[in-house]
Design a protein around this ligand. Structure first.
Ligand code: RIB
Ligand code: CA
Length: 324
């Protein structure tokens, strides 16, 4: 059976890195490429971090393309306060030399999406996708499926009372992507904070993964320590919310999340810039351009995440801790 091809558009970033690891451990998928966008980290740092993850996973066969270094209009604001000064939890892993591709991310997307059937999992700001629309909307419309980690429905924001970082960092890009989806009867699968906040990597789950697979567990511990500290300091929780892996898990198994179809528009101005306005009650009488995920089977997620990353299916020892 031919494997589904997926392009991961991301801003590594600690949770992006965990998402890449999960995707690489999913044999039913071909990771066609990784494209980097400015977000958590500046693009060159994101490129460097993606290489470090591919090297650890022994997958330096996956091409990485560098994308947009600035949002469409808004002044770029990184998230290094959350991801550490190296964008990878201040793990300061050794640099991987070279590996620069001959084209940039948008050129790669333009070429590949019209030649090959690919889905895109967007784990960062949507700047690359917005540039693609502006340069070649047919290539964007050729994307098989788009899963986006971003936005929030009823959950509060993480960059403002109402906005989630990926859509807040480049609201104009997110707005263009959702508007283009609406104009062309396409659906964006929005895996937002309503579901990702329920996926918390705890010390117990991490320790369990280390026991099952010390090499992988120690790597995860190395890149998430800073993230644990950040979550204690700012959200007073023991553990860290790992947003991006849930978007990947949902792509792999749609039963992991459930939700509803809805018209969604992204606000681009003023105090609520970056807010994903979800018209769940259909006030505007507009066709849906999104599938908004608002329920998650946390146990199903952890069973996949732990099983695929460690190579061992979780057992009763962790049963209590992965109920959600
Ligand atoms: O708001 C969380 C999202 O923003 C995640 O994708 C995280 O990596 C950052 O990009
Ligand atoms: Ca991300």
């Amino acid at each position: 059976m031919t494997k589904k091809k997926v392009i991961i558009d991301c801003d590594p970033g600690i949770d992006d890195s965990l998402a890449i690891m999960l995707m690489l451990k999913s044999e039913e998928i071909e990771v066609r490429a990784i494209t980097i966008v400015c977000g958590n980290s500046p693009v060159e740092m994101g490129f460097s971090n993606a290489k470090k993850v591919l090297k650890f996973m022994n997958r330096l066969d996956v091409p990485i393309y560098i994308g947009q270094s600035q949002p469409l209009k808004k002044k770029y604001v990184n998230a290094l306060d959350t991801h550490g000064e190296d964008g990878l939890g201040e793990s300061f892993l050794p640099e991987v030399e070279g590996y620069k591709q001959e084209m940039d991310a948008v050129s790669f997307l333009k070429k590949t999406l019209k030649e090959e059937k690919c889905s895109v999992i967007a784990l960062g700001p949507m700047t690359n996708l917005a540039r693609l629309i502006n340069e070649d909307s047919d290539a964007f419309l050729a994307i098989e499926e788009i899963v986006s980690m971003g936005g929030c429905f009823k959950s509060h924001g993480n960059c403002s009372p109402v906005a989630e970082y990926n859509y807040w960092c480049d609201p104009d890009a997110a707005e263009l992507v959702y508007k283009t989806a609406f104009d062309n009867n396409k659906l964006i699968h929005m895996v937002g904070l309503d579901v990702t906040r329920k996926v918390v990597l705890t010390p117990t789950i991490l320790e369990y993964m280390i026991r099952l697979n010390p090499e992988v567990g120690d790597f995860i511990k190395k890149i998430t320590k800073f993230y644990f500290d950040f979550h204690w300091e700012w959200e007073h929780i023991i553990g860290c919310v790992i947003n991006d892996p849930l978007a990947v898990a949902y792509f792999l198994d749609r039963e992991i999340c459930s939700g509803f179809s809805s018209f969604v528009q992204i606000e681009t101005l003023g105090i609520s810039e970056g807010q994903s306005v979800v018209d769940s009650m259909n006030f505007y009488r507009k066709e849906a351009n999104a599938v908004v995920l608002n329920e998650v089977d946390v146990k199903k997620f952890w069973t996949m995440f732990i099983g695929r990353l460690t190579g061992t299916e979780p057992d009763a020892a962790i049963e209590h801790d992965i109920q959600g």
